[in-house]
Design a binder for this molecule. Sequence first.
Ligand code: SAH
Length: 578
Amino acid sequence: MADMNAAIIVLGPGALPLARRLRDALPGSAIHGARQRLGNAADLVYQDFGAHLRDLHARRVPIVALCAAGILIRALAASLGDGHKQDDPPVLAVAEDGSAVVPLLGGLGGAHTLARRLGALLGVAPAITASGELRFGTCLLNPPQGYVLADLEQGKHFVSDLLAGAGTRIEGEAPWLAPARLPHDAHAEHIIRITPQAGTGAANELRIHPRSVALALRCQAHEDSATLEQRIARLLAQHDLAPASVAVLVVPRSEAHHAGLQATAKARGMALRHVDSDAQTLPATWLHLALAQPHRLLADTPLAAVAIADAPIDVARSGASHGRLTVLGLGPGHSDFLLPAARHALETATDIVGYTPYVAMAGPLRPGQRAHPSDNREELARARHAFELAAQGRHVAVVSSGDPGIFAMAAAVLEILQDDAPPAWHEVDLRILPGVSAAMATAALAGAPLGHDFCLLSLSDHLKPWTVIQQRLRLAAEADLVLGFYNPISRQRPWQLDDALDIVRRYRRGDTPVVLGRDVGRPGEQLTTTTLQQLRSDMVDMRTVVIVGSSTTRRVTGAGERTWVYTPRWYPSPPQRP
Ligand code: SAH
């Protein structure tokens, strides 16, 4: 069975032994728990139980919660209002002592299959209440991977008819239905039809499409997704094929980065695969090269080819996947500050590349995902390695803390591309996804010190001369910009911060507010508010971001005597010269 990637939710340490058993049985799954209760025993920690569950549900992550069904129902209730039930992931409650397995939601998403699997593991009968499941021992409306139901509404009527006593026969290959307890009748009017043909069939038909069709298209450089879309629609209509039957779109390697092709494949849910073939050869040749299973051609022209296999297409073995390199920001550390786009890129990556602690922060890894941790200061070697992997067709995530474009890997990756990178590296599908930078996370904790013009400087003289830093400090301080210092101090750079502060003090008053954010968004987070006069370099380390206010930065007291620091959005006009 494919990886489950389920979230096993644990409320207290008592449920951990069972949670670990379930995790072992469900490859790809992880134990999620509240930090206060589970500490480091969980693979993934959350702060707010309800918010976390709703987030998982929205992302369609299967949920196996070791708690009372009622707790789960209440937590998810708010998410269920507008949704469609076919969009629900499996949601199961499992008794902490393993004595009950209760599928609550996601019957169409595989909840019953999962409940049976866990029931078998724990030696209990799953509490299945869906009539079709009980009668037939399978959910007819949830065919396995490689097959797609043509029409859910029609399917529901079909199942109701069978429950009401109708018999059925199967036309086509449906190996997964062999063990099901269906009311077989060779002359029945109700038909389960497994076919790639378009249409939903008559009212008494349950049509299931095998994803057994492969397309190959020759496209023009300027062709956009709209025209490609039309060509595909015409091609499928000519052969009366259902769009859902198409598993894969095959192109020569040189075309794999074509933006229109990529958009079309994504929109249609087709895998885009490439073959090492001259773009001048016929599309039918590309299909023959790509498909590792028996198939026959339905169309063979200089512009397009269509092939049909006698079983769902094994996409992973059909041609090669186009390499992808995503440089992403993890945010300061806490998973709440990881943007959904970056999270998605992490989940779908085959390889995670980065500085060792950040690779750890990006975990837990899914089975099959490879980690490539490396030392600090090896940015260029790391970027090269990432391109090498991506050029082999892997989907690589290069991780940085905070934002990848701020003193981090995105620039290193582009530097590599600029220096003579091999042509294959230029073909890699490169994306850069933003993250919450340390200064932003610190500013939000402190109030709004970056509310007006500011300037961010790295105080590291590892890649630039200290004299340049000194000059920038002078000019930025003179311009009365709020200053944010990254890499403020380290064992190799012990005196630089004091030198920097001496420069700034020449232009700023001693009572200028200063904010120090240390390990922001991580365990042990510390926020210190002080003044320029009181700031000493031993209050700062390399895990700190320093924000020095401008002449207008001020404090305001909030609830519970809390001090906020902010810089107003306006600025006083300079005195007019006479
Ligand atoms: N790309 C990162 C910055 C990397 S440079 C970002 O956008 O945040 C490394 C420096 O960032 C550290 O020396 C420290 O000054 C700052 N930093 C990174 N993470 C931090 C955190 N969680 N809390 C405080 N400062 C942090």
